[in-house]
Design a protein around this ligand. Structure first.
Ligand SMILES: [Zn+2]
Length: 184
């Protein structure tokens, strides 16, 4: 077999036509029809990823514990914030599930959807589990710009959070489903 015959066509049924599409999309993001954006034509799989973690992130209330530390030389006592064991466990396990995946946004703007399913005894607060999750997404290098640089969570420009906490949902929890989308 010749060298060129082994080059895959990247599964693109339109072949060279895809080169006519621009890689930038509208500021508000891509619009999907089946598995392609109707505006820029790029495949959904390159611009959006979803994965889930069978854990809930620590809520902000439990993210840090408070204490004091004493400066050895001056004897001055200052307040410190220490991450809780739950927060450390979440941060340690997150990369096992994100598995080195990342999304490239040409202008470095991202949208994130978080769906939290608490376990039977977890709190169902909607607003205090986001921070730790967005931190981990950025630290795992999941957000890249057009130059391949890793972006901070400041580049997440749209966030949708849902709590699925009905009785039946809770019996399937805890679970966190994360979707990251390039916004153009
Ligand atoms: Zn698009």
């Amino acid at each position: 077999m010749s060298q060129s015959a082994q080059v895959p066509n990247q599964g693109n049924p339109e072949g060279h036509q895809s080169r006519q599409f621009t890689t930038r999309c509208r500021p508000e993001g891509h619009q999907w029809a089946s598995d392609r954006c109707i505006f820029c034509g790029l495949p959904k799989s390159s611009l959006m990823l979803t994965f889930s973690i069978p854990l809930l992130p620590p809520s902000v209330n439990h993210y840090v514990s408070h204490g004091t530390k004493t400066d050895r030389r001056s004897g001055a006592r200052t307040a410190i914030h220490k991450k809780t064991p739950e927060a450390k466990a979440w941060e340690r396990d997150f990369p096992l599930f994100s598995r080195g995946q990342f999304i490239t946004s040409q202008n470095g703007r991202f949208a994130v959807t978080l769906i939290f399913t608490p376990g039977p005894k977890d709190s169902g607060d909607i607003d205090n589990r986001n921070k730790c999750t967005l931190d981990c997404i950025a630290k795992a290098g999941m957000l890249r710009n057009g130059k391949g640089e890793e972006m901070s969570d400041a580049w997440i420009k749209r966030l949708l959070v849902e709590i699925r906490d009905s009785q039946e949902d809770r019996e399937r929890g805890p679970k966190t489903e994360i979707t990251i989308e390039a916004l153009g």
